[in-house]
Design a protein around this ligand. Structure first.
Ligand SMILES: [Zn+2]
Length: 425
């Protein structure tokens, strides 16, 4: 009898470990960066997961075994004229729901039972934290943050670059409106999906796409401004720089909620050395130079590509330096996302500004983009506005007359400080 009972109990435990019932929040262990800078299995709560085995919830739906291929010679891609057809042409196989497995401890907390479950749970957790940051701190409407597919360890081929599947990356891929968590190869430290700052940066691209690009997989400004036949693409270069820089700023602000604390080094723990330092918001070299500015305004994106991170880091540095308290960071993060799209006549958002200058991208300057951002700061918060204007003028070297003048613009008293060498006459 005793033996029977034990067997029955063991079976029950086994069943529970295969398919625990999902009641939110789910207490689970994930790999989280602790205050001493190491990743540790920490007990966390997943608040939005609907199925803990397939890791599907309000924020993402994880799919394994997908095949995504971008090949400009692909006949299916060449005839794709709608966004749906484009997605179908790129996603050769959507894969299937993942299967996570757990061991339940005495307190009812689920412990991932294998490596992939650790990676999957941490991916869900990091994307849920990013979603939560945008909902609560940046105040983006829930309707603008829909459930998104996340292809886990897909075969992702960019055939024009390389026939081998891409590795060592986690990205938001706008053409398929999905996240891609790629297998790792060279990255010896923290895989990118475990790096909360990297996933928040990627989630920020989704938000930028939803608001500044109206959720389009082929944003109008990008397709129109790319088609210049090789001549300079100043508007496109600015737009891409904004997307990268603001993503780093959001990743920084979101990190201040974490147990590690505010993280100015988005790539730290996954990479080392120069790439990490180049993106560090405390790097004293984060200043616009004459060379970078002429690249921004005078080159085609094909040439400029890669430098959007440099301009972006300088922008993120300016915002970081302007907002040193939790309250200021929140006000600024809200202003930034509010500036993505605003249909009001007196202070249009970035989406509206790009549309306005669709036929002449040279009018969509860094100065105009920054004025758009400044206009969305609450007018009562004079000190923060002043700080943002000073840092933008200093680090991005935007001529002050491009930032001042209107009711909600930078105050006329805006000056630069001595953090950067002046490149303006
Ligand atoms: Zn990015």
């Amino acid at each position: 009898m005793v033996r029977k009972l034990t067997a029955a109990a063991a079976l029950a435990t086994l069943a529970a470990s295969c398919a625990p019932e999902t009641q939110t929040p789910v207490k689970v262990r994930a790999l989280v960066l602790s205050s001493n800078g190491t990743y540790e299995p920490q007990e966390v709560e997943l608040k939005t997961v609907k199925d803990i085995v397939t890791l599907e919830g309000q924020v993402v739906r994880l799919l394994g075994g997908a095949n995504v291929r971008l090949d400009s010679n692909d006949p299916e891609l060449q005839v794709a004229t709608t966004e749906e057809a484009l997605e179908r042409a790129l996603v050769k196989d959507e894969g299937r729901p993942v299967t996570a497995s757990y061991i339940t401890d005495a307190q009812g907390v689920l412990w991932p039972a294998d490596f992939h479950t650790w990676n999957l749970v941490t991916t869900y957790y990091n994307l849920e934290r990013a979603w939560d940051y945008f909902r609560t701190i940046a105040e983006v409407r829930a309707a603008d943050l829909p459930q998104t597919k996340a292809y886990y360890f897909p075969d992702f081929v960019l055939a024009d670059l390389d026939d081998k599947p891409q590795r060592d990356n986690a990205l938001y891929f706008a053409p398929t409106s999905s996240f891609l968590v790629l297998p790792f190869d060279q990255v010896q430290s923290a895989p990118l999906a475990i790096n909360a700052s990297v996933l928040t940066h990627e989630y920020a691209h989704l938000v930028f796409n939803r608001l500044a690009y109206s959720g389009r997989t082929l944003p109008e400004a990008i397709t129109t401004w790319s088609a210049t036949g090789g001549i300079a693409t100043p508007g496109l270069n600015v737009l891409k720089s904004l997307d990268e820089g603001l993503a780093d700023f959001h990743a920084y602000v979101a990190s201040c909620q974490s147990s590690f604390g505010c993280n100015t080094r988005v790539l730290a723990t996954s990479f080392e050395g120069k790439p990490v330092d180049d993106r560090d918001l405390t790097n004293p070299r984060n200043c616009m130079t004459r060379d970078l500015r002429s690249q921004l305004t005078d080159t085609n994106f094909a040439t400029f590509s890669g430098r959007e991170y440099q301009v972006g880091t300088i922008l993120a540095t300016a915002l970081f330096k302007a907002s040193r308290t939790a309250a200021d960071r929140q006000v600024l993060a809200r202003a930034v996302t509010a500036a993505y799209s605003d249909t009001s006549v007196d202070k249009p958002g970035l989406a509206q500004r790009t549309r306005e200058h669709l036929n002449d991208q040279s009018k969509f300057t860094l100065g105009l983009a920054m004025r758009t951002l400044v206009q969305h700061l609450p007018s009562g918060n004079i000190e923060l506005k002043q700080a943002v204007c000073t840092q933008l003028a200093t680090h991005l070297q935007i001529p002050i007359d491009e930032l001042v003048g209107g009711k909600d613009d930078c105050p006329a008293s805006t000056t630069v400080n001595s953090s950067c060498e002046s490149i303006n006459p």
